[in-house]
Design a protein around this ligand. Structure first.
Ligand code: FAD
Length: 489
């Protein structure tokens, strides 16, 4: 019998995960569908990880309101979900009186949006706040409420919390077809969602949080006609030891299409520079280029002169799922019943996600969904012990309790076998899923040392044969099937 849910959320990125978790506080049956092998493998995996300060966008945009509100929700969220997050503050650096004029506009916007504690600074104050800044910086803006987060860990934690509170997570569920049943406007009206591999589920309400593919999902439901335009952002990651590592996130003065290329001290101690902002038609195009590498380094070095190509360990790209008018489109559909659009969630989607979830919850309530609080709801999830964050005494105790803590799998990031096993037992069964959950493979050698060890543990823990293990699901196999018998002599 096909299961029937009160609410089906399509897309387990930060938007869908935050919505599913928020709704799990009520007595509802909820399904979270994701087409990839793991959650957070869409836009939410590849971004700058900045919790924005509320001064970049005009106060009349929905995304400004949700940015400010979302930002303020992060402290409580982190206490409950234990993901890496730090309010390190944001600086916008100006090099001329013309740029200072734009900074003044950003300040006015921030004040109008309600950003707490933002400050206009002269050059001395800027250099006091970040000594590594270019000495030519003549002033700027300081937003103390801005911060940094490990974006995939945030999504993993949101989903763990949702699942703990009864949400059914279905990965590898690529929504490819929809049927409607019951009469229009009647209580028995519901949707049957079909996956591309033949699986199906039923739901009364559907939330479209499909990121880059929200336009396709809207079309399947006969809802609003819009197009998501991907805007590519290439980012470059520098080693933990990079001398360019700053104490705060450093922005240049923005231009009309982009906030510009930044220098970001990631919450886990590396340094990231980027992103670019280039329109593309291809929703799968995640390539980086040497041409953009030059541009990003030039721009980053202008802000922080110690940025060096020698520190680069990897590069990646993400695609912003943008709409023509540049705002978020979050609304109950006017064409499809009990269908909610969460589309155009480009930056600051990560920052706004907790507030997007509140907003969607209110839309559902206004649309007639009964929301009764669940007395058994648990806001907090158990923290996962991380070997690298333990004191020597704690490490010693951890190894005595479980010798797998004593077997270091990833030397660059100091990740133990016990943590890899914990990731697999929480459902992360691809090499990338384990990498993003534990950080194994994210360091200087980029998995050169640990990938084979992780494959062995995966094989042992899941029983999957070598050739069925993938890097990131679908056809990303790592080991080819044997095509002739091995010579034994
Ligand atoms: C380069 C870059 C830098 C950014 N930097 C920041 C930043 O610093 N701060 C900030 O606040 N924001 C930032 N953003 C924006 C932020 O990353 C996004 O707003 C956010 O991740 C969007 O999340 P989402 O859940 O809406 O989409 P996604 O994360 O893409 O989630 C949608 C999910 O739906 C799934 N899906 C799609 N189609 C189907 C289907 N048919 N069936 C089932 N599942 C489906 C996808 O696989 C995906 O996992 C940045 C974005 C980029 C690209």
């Amino acid at each position: 019998m096909m299961k029937r849910y009160d609410v089906v959320v399509i897309g387990a990125g930060v938007s869908g995960a935050a919505i599913a978790r928020r709704l799990s506080a009520y007595r509802l049956s909820i399904a979270l569908l994701e087409k990839e092998i793991d959650v957070s493998f869409g836009v939410s995996k590849a971004n700058s990880g900045v919790i924005h300060g509320g001064f970049h966008h005009s106060p009349d945009l929905l995304k400004s309101r949700l940015e400010i509100q979302g930002n303020l929700m992060y402290d409580k969220l982190q206490r409950e979900l234990h993901f890496p997050f730090r309010r390190c503050g944001i600086l916008v650096a100006a090099f001329s009186t013309e740029e200072m004029r734009i900074v003044q506009e950003l300040y006015n916007r921030g004040v109008a949006n309600g950003a707490i504690g933002i400050e206009l600074c002269n050059g001395d104050r800027m250099h006091m706040l970040e000594p590594k800044l270019n000495s030519d910086v003549m002033g700027g803006l300081f937003a103390p409420g801005g911060g940094i987060v490990e974006p995939y860990r945030l999504v993993f934690s949101l989903v763990e919390s949702a699942v703990l509170n009864g949400v059914d997570l279905h990965t590898n569920f690529d929504v490819a077809g929809v049927e409607k049943s019951g009469k229009t406007g009647s209580e028995d009206r519901e949707y049957v969602l079909h996956g591309s591999d033949g699986q199906s589920i039923r739901g009364r309400w559907v939330i479209n949080a499909a990121g880059l593919f929200a336009d396709r999902i809207s079309g399947l439901f006969g809802a609003e006609d819009f197009r998501i335009h991907p805007r590519k952002g290439e980012e470059f990651l520098l080693d933990r030891e990079a001398s360019a590592h700053t104490g705060r996130v450093i922005f240049p003065v923005p231009n009309p299409v982009s906030k510009g290329m930044l220098v970001i001290p990631t919450v886990e101690g590396t340094t990231m520079i980027g992103p670019t902002a280039l329109e593309t038609d291809d929703k799968e195009d995640l390539a980086t280029s040497s041409e953009n590498f030059e541009k990003v380094f030039y721009s980053a070095r202008r802000l922080i002169p110690s940025v060096s190509e020698r520190d680069i360990i990897t590069s990646f790209a993400g695609l912003r799922p943008s709409l023509e008018d540049g705002d978020f489109y979050i609304a109950r559909s006017e064409k499809a019943e009990r269908f909610v659009q969460v589309a155009g969630i480009q930056s600051p989607g990560l920052t706004a996600a907790p507030a997007i979830a509140e907003y969607v919850k209110d839309l559902l309530k206004q649309g007639g969904l009964e929301l009764t609080e669940d007395p058994d709801y648990q806001g907090e999830i158990p923290a996962v012990p991380r070997f690298r964050s333990m004191s020597l005494h704690e490490q010693d105790a951890a190894v005595k309790a479980d010798p797998a803590y004593g077997n270091i799998i990833c030397r660059c990031e100091n990740v133990s076998e016990a943590e890899v096993v914990a990731a697999i037992r929480r459902g992360h069964t691809s090499l990338d899923g384990i990498k993003f959950y534990t950080r194994a493979g994210m360091g200087r050698c980029q998995g050169g040392f640990c990938s084979y060890k992780i494959l062995q543990i995966l094989r042992r823990e899941t029983g999957l044969p070598w050739e069925k293990i993938t890097k990131r699901g679908r056809k990303s196999w790592i080991v080819r099937e044997r095509i002739s018998p091995a010579k034994t002599s």
